[in-house]
Design a protein around this ligand. Structure first.
Ligand SMILES: [Zn+2]
Length: 153
């Protein structure tokens, strides 16, 4: 007896999920601040350290950081890297159209570093320690992309 040939039904099912995550009070306040072109941090009531984006627990002394403070939109470029490839659709790397810069910015009066895109300057002119300022996108809506990049001050 000949074995029955099985054919499997393999439908392609596109899965498109929408997630609604609670980001926590600190990030929620941070995003609301960005929607008003403000950069908010949290301040430790015990040691006075200021963190951006806001944290709920101080990284230095572990106290609860419940106070939100508006911080400066200018700071110092503490480090940077120049990218030549980009991730496309979260799947593959391709050569970027032009080099781009990602840097760590220490805003004035803030103790933490903020990872941000650096633009408006030739990468070869960048120097650690240079002054930079925030540049907002034209229409803000309360998300991370509102703070578009930093450029030399
Ligand atoms: Zn502290």
């Amino acid at each position: 007896m000949e074995a029955e040939k099985l054919e499997f039904f393999n439908p392609k099912v596109p899965l498109d999920f929408q997630y609604n995550n609670r980001v926590g009070i600190g990030i929620e306040r941070y995003l609301r601040g960005l929607g008003e072109r403000k950069i908010l941090g949290s301040k430790c009531p015990q040691c006075g350290k200021v963190a951006v984006p806001p944290r709920t627990v101080c990284g230095k002394c572990s106290a609860t950081m419940g106070e939100f403070v508006e911080v400066s939109q200018e700071g110092t470029l503490e480090n940077f890297t120049v990218g030549h490839v980009q991730l496309v659709k979260g799947q593959r790397l391709e050569k970027a159209e032009s080099p781009y810069v990602v840097g760590l910015v220490r805003l004035d009066g803030v103790d933490s570093l903020l990872l941000a895109r650096i633009s408006g300057v030739d990468p070869s002119d960048l120097k650690v320690g240079m002054r930079v300022k925030a540049v907002w996108r034209d229409e803000v809506q309360g998300d991370y992309a509102d703070l578009d990049h930093f450029q030399p001050a």
